[in-house]
Design a protein around this ligand. Structure first.
Ligand code: 5CA
Length: 446
């Protein structure tokens, strides 16, 4: 993309309404625009990152054997009357009437609808296990939408639902979700810690939230800080191997880590004092096992191997896709702007032309641009006639992890400069070497 033809409405001023750094930076970098309280348009730069995050979520869900579909945002009220949640959900649910005076709602979550799909088509244990998921907009009429897309009213969520013949199979699905979530967050450059939590309106006793530590987080957390060192890394997990998946989960959940809702002072006191930490976190996902809470009232029944009709065991599993942008920025920025992890960056590298209009410099930038594109990388070429200082400030604000600076002085000796946004370090090299370096950097992320 050429910046002169792009739509990147960056702001110099710090917007007064934004209280936390991620919200400020998303507005300043021209990523989102508020349309109503808690409702945002995704401008091109923000939309690119949102799509990167979605792509990672899809890849990791499909790797775990989970199947994508798409359910609508509007749902009929009668499904929710069947489960008993239509009245219980309260004012957070946006209720609408159509022209025939039928009651609809904008879905805050999809347990009822997916159970309805399941009961219409599945009746035998032979069709199990089954996990279906979608990435779809949700609406919750939050009493206090705030911090930009972090607590929105309309927000993008990945929600997945497992159907299993018994508790053991359903707990394996729960564990598969935990591992696939850990992989997804790591690919986004995040450390998200699974913490024992409370289930709220979704229901069930087994639930973990995934928290990114940040002072601006809305959740109060208590943890053994050795849990922050755990990494899944490149290890190969066989998602069909119950014992292996369970052992990864045990590794990530055996140290103390709980939100305030389930915090237990006596158990916490057993953590060695040097490792006992109390702080705040951003909830970027939650998994639930709730057995037959929805399948029983809604009649989602399968015939098991013994020929008995049993309500199917279910769980639901959510990732806050749009919230993740805020969480990533909270975890990765400096006083000049955002620092995108390579896995989610909107463009792989910026190209800064220090002397736009100079024939040799323009030609070098064009050929660099073409070479990166030919290798499947997506550069953002600043071909505007802004001063160098302003170009650097924009690059720093929007946070591309790598910048290639091209100017007449370097070109005189056949060199461009490759700069890391994170470390600030620059290295001179030939344009060919810069392309090869970027290709190698991004190889593991593709
Ligand atoms: N049905 C279950 C799991 S599929 C469910 O709805 N879970 S949830 O309520 O925990 O939401 C899943 C994730 O969505 C949360 O972990 C959080 O990251 C994100 N989320 C929830 N509310 C909001 C909101 N108002 N704005 C942005 N993200 C939100």
């Amino acid at each position: 993309m050429r910046l002169s033809r792009y739509f990147l409405p960056v702001m110099k001023e710090t917007p007064a309404e934004a209280q936390i750094v991620s919200h400020r930076l998303m507005l300043r970098a021209g990523m989102i625009k508020q349309q109503a309280a808690g409702i945002y348009s995704w401008l091109p730069l923000g939309y690119r990152v949102l799509r990167r995050i979605e792509a990672i979520v899809h890849e990791e869900q499909e790797r775990a054997g989970h199947i994508p579909l798409l359910m609508p945002t509007l749902q009929p009220a009668d499904l929710w009357q069947e489960s008993g949640r239509y009245d219980a959900y309260g004012p957070e649910m946006l209720r609408v009437k159509d022209r025939h005076k039928r009651d609809l709602l904008y879905g805050p979550t999809n347990e009822e609808m997916i159970t309805d799909i399941f009961r219409a088509h599945v009746s035998s244990y032979r069709d199990l296990p089954l996990t279906l998921y979608h990435i779809q907009w949700k609406f919750r009429d939050e009493i206090r939408p705030r911090f930009g897309i972090m607590r929105g009213r309309e927000f993008l969520m990945k929600d997945g639902y497992n159907f299993d013949v018994d508790r053991d199979a359903a707990l394996h699905a729960y564990n598969r979700h935990m591992v696939s979530y850990l992989r997804s967050y790591e690919r986004m450059g995040l450390t998200a810690i699974p913490m024992r939590a409370a289930s709220g309106p979704i229901g069930g006793d087994d639930t973990h939230e995934f928290l990114v530590l940040a002072q601006t987080g809305e959740s109060e957390v208590f943890y053994d800080d050795r849990v922050t060192q755990l990494k899944l890394g490149a290890r190969d997990v066989d998602y069909d191997d119950r014992a292996q998946v369970a052992s990864v989960c045990a590794e990530f959940t055996s140290l103390y880590a709980r939100t305030d809702e389930t915090h237990d002072e006596a158990a916490f006191a057993e953590v060695p004092e040097a490792h006992r930490k109390h702080g705040r976190g951003i909830e970027v996902g939650q998994i639930f096992y709730f057995a037959t809470k929805y399948s029983e009232p809604m009649g989602a029944v399968v015939v098991n191997a013994e020929g008995q009709r049993v309500p199917v065991h279910m769980g639901s599993h959510g990732i806050g896709v749009s919230r993740l942008l805020g969480a990533i920025i909270e975890a990765s920025h400096d006083d000049r702007g955002i620092i995108w992890p390579e896995g989610v960056t909107p463009f792989h590298a910026g190209i800064v032309n220090l002397r736009q209009g100079d024939a040799a410099t323009d030609a070098a930038c064009e050929s660099l641009y073409a070479a990166l594109k030919a290798r499947g990388l997506d550069p953002l070429y600043d071909d505007t006639s802004e001063r160098a200082g302003a170009k650097f400030a924009t690059q720093d604000l929007i946070g591309l992890p790598w910048r290639v600076t091209v100017g007449p002085r370097g070109l005189a000796s056949g060199k461009v400069e490759l700069t890391s946004r994170r470390s600030g370090e620059s290295e001179e090299m030939s344009p060919e070497d810069a392309v090869a370096r970027l290709e190698a950097i991004y190889d593991p992320h593709r």
